[in-house]
Design a protein around this ligand. Structure first.
Ligand SMILES: *Cc1c(COP(=O)(O)O)cnc(C)c1O
Length: 358
């Protein structure tokens, strides 16, 4: 398949943000987007890059009613030498296809997906911000477009990719967050779709997030649905605990999103001879460890923030401070090392970096 490209005339292109300090996250979008359609009779067809703009959807379009919609989140980074890099993009493609399979949606050809990223990002390369910690966020999305009511897998889909320049996640420095343990609401349960980037998961998380925010906390620490005793994830990130000398993260039980940052942290930490355990840990165990000074660091991981230190946990109306509310040395080291890998500033022993331009 060939990608048809229709570009925006230069005089109608948007002005690129000059002040990278107020880019924020997910508010400004580039001039072009990629779109491709699917029909069950013919498969994927008409891949094209077109001017960024709204879709026109029939009110009975199935994704609007039954939430058959999945997405991914990744970034393009501009290195000091002007190279454009992606970080483990094949993992995002693999995960998008895993989400598609679970939601009865059509799979994408991984090589064609890579070609699409390559073509779109090189066309929009002047949109990649240059400042330290900034990047171009990439949002591939698939929606069910059959026009019908009635719950069944749709017979037609739209896949699109939009791009937005994003600012540094920590413009004022690395600030530990305050998190609230929800023992009332859960994000995902065994047998559900918690391990997919399915749109409905995020709608389902809003109520508890709002409650946490009203109480003055940054994020929700989700517990496992069955026992409500074991941390699962924090907000839309994976969670890590430095417990004595070992780094512990909940196992991929099927209701946890298999984060690519999570996997990178596990691999890096093991390469530094840190013991990493993928196991369940209970809130009781954590609180006991805190009282004995064994719980040294807690942090969240994900593409947006890379690593996000946790300074305080509220559980059953009781607040517990972690590492005196300060960023721990391992949290900082992981953050620095992953950024250096992403921006092409360090060796890449695991072959994670993919140069796609110029
Ligand atoms: C995207 C996401 C993560 C982090 O995944 P990364 O691949 O590291 O960005 C973790 N948890 C949830 C619920 C997510 O949606």
């Amino acid at each position: 398949m060939e990608i048809k490209i229709s570009t925006v005339p230069t005089e109608r292109m948007k002005t690129k943000p000059l002040d990278e300090s107020d880019l924020g996250f997910g508010k400004k979008f580039t001039d072009h987007m990629f779109i491709m359609k699917y029909k069950s009779a013919t498969g994927w067809h008409d891949p094209s890059i077109v001017p960024y703009g709204p879709f026109s959807l029939d009110p009975a379009t199935m994704c609007l009613h039954y939430g058959q919609e999945i997405f991914e989140g990744m970034k393009a980074y501009l290195g000091k030498d002007g190279s454009i890099y992606l970080f483990r993009p094949r993992e995002n493609i693999r995960r998008m296809n895993a989400s598609a399979e679970r939601l009865c949606m059509p799979l994408l050809d991984p090589d064609f997906f890579m070609l699409t990223l390559h073509t779109l990002i090189n066309l929009e390369k002047d949109w990649i911000p240059r400042g330290s910690g900034t990047s171009l966020y990439i949002r591939p999305t698939m929606i069910a477009t059959e026009v019908a009511l009635g719950v069944h897998p749709a017979d037609s889909y739209l896949f699109f990719i939009i791009l937005c320049p994003v600012g540094a996640y920590y413009p004022e420095g690395f600030n530990p967050t305050k998190i609230y343990v929800s023992d009332t609401y859960v994000r995902a349960c065994p047998g559900g779709v918690g391990d997919c980037k399915a749109a409905g998961n995020y709608a389902a998380s809003l109520y508890a997030s709002r409650e946490a925010s009203e109480k003055g906390y940054t994020q929700v620490l989700w517990l496992d649905a069955l026992t409500r005793r074991h941390p699962a994830e924090v907000g839309t990130s994976n969670i890590f605990f430095l417990f004595g000398d070992s780094l512990i993260t909940p196992p991929l039980s099927g209701s946890i999103l298999p984060g690519i940052t999570r996997d990178s942290i596990i691999t890096l930490a093991r390469s530094w001879n840190i013991k990493v355990e993928e196991r369940q840990v209970s809130m009781d165990e954590l609180i006991e460890a805190l009282s004995r000074g064994l719980l040294k660091e807690v942090f969240a991981s994900g593409t947006a923030a890379v690593v996000s230190p946790v300074g305080l946990i509220c559980y059953k109306n009781q607040e517990y401070s972690i590492n005196g509310g300060n960023v721990g040395p391992l949290t900082r080291k992981l953050y620095d090392e992953i950024l250096a890998l992403q921006y092409g500033e360090s060796d890449d022993p695991f072959g994670w970096r993919v140069r796609i331009g110029p």
